[in-house]
Design a binder for this molecule. Sequence first.
Ligand SMILES: NC(=O)c1ccc[n+]([C@@H]2O[C@H](COP(=O)([O-])OP(=O)(O)OC[C@H]3O[C@@H](n4cnc5c(N)ncnc54)[C@H](OP(=O)(O)O)[C@@H]3O)[C@@H](O)[C@H]2O)c1
Length: 323
Amino acid sequence: MRAVLCRAWGGPETLTIEEVATPEPGPGEVRIRVLAAGVNFPDVLIIQKKYQVQPPLPFTPGAEIAGEVEAAGPGTTLRPGTRVAGFCSLGGFAEQVVVAESACIALPDAVGMEQAASLLLAYGTSWHALRDRALLRAGETLLVLGAGGGVGLAAVDIGHAMGARVVAAASSAAKLAAAVEYGAAATIDTGEASLRDAIARTCGKAGPDVIYDPVGGDLTEPAFRSIAWGGRHLVVGFAAGATPSIALNLPLLKGASLVGVFWGGFARHQPHEQRAETEEMMSWLAAGRLRPKVSRRYRLADVATALTDMAERRVIGKVVIVP
Ligand SMILES: NC(=O)c1ccc[n+]([C@@H]2O[C@H](COP(=O)([O-])OP(=O)(O)OC[C@H]3O[C@@H](n4cnc5c(N)ncnc54)[C@H](OP(=O)(O)O)[C@@H]3O)[C@@H](O)[C@H]2O)c1
């Protein structure tokens, strides 16, 4: 089978596509024929040795896939031919991948492969963030930073479905248009001179009740200074590169919380809750209540272009690799 290989730490251009042995599933595992693989920001970081997990070389990147079960190892219940989405951490940018059965979920007929490959990580993170960590309530104002990206647009979609008033902040007209399409009631161009003025104008004098922040960098502090009394600022990621620092008098003065969000840790520490949430999300997707936006498809041979587009902020919503 063909697979993308990271043989040396470096940028997307250093990846190779090679013929490798078909992997065999062990106990509790299934082999899946990959029909779509979701691209996520950690894929950009992991090949450059900039991610918290550093696998031994060589490895195949790609954390989540959707496809058909081809072979099932001992002790499994999924049968060949079953359509599934799976979280594999690594190995997804390939024609076949072996995944723990416990990390797979069967797909309802109404769910297509590309949307299924875009759900687990981005929607799982934003669902966990808004529902479990922020306890977002209908009628509250939710400010989403990086609202045109993968987790950001998922937060817009989920926040809108939960009945929040969503304000989307992003760097381009196309990203803001996507956020409006997914339910944002107001938008902020983060290129504007003053983020605080823009937040005051769009979120009202009280400020946002919940801030969803996958960007970090220079956006975090002005956003947090604008938060409402009793607000919750969700620390999701640092796509801008810099991990910001916040003076602790700010949460004190606002009676506000800085709330960490870590989907991988949630899956590790609370696997049953995480599984239940994935099943509920899948049922919302099948019912059309969630709509992952897949804005572009790339062939396996074009994986470097996909990762470069993501690193250079050109991706809107989700993009997938179709082997
Ligand atoms: N905590 C968790 O469990 C968890 C789970 C999944 C992902 N994450 C993190 O969430 C962040 C976003 O992931 P994603 O998959 O949604 O990525 P993405 O689709 O690339 O979105 C990231 C957004 O960040 C903004 N950005 C600002 N400066 C950037 C820069 N220098 N390079 C790239 N993007 C920049 C961009 O929006 P503008 O152009 O509008 O500024 C971009 O749309 C990453 O840091 C990722 O590691 C965390």
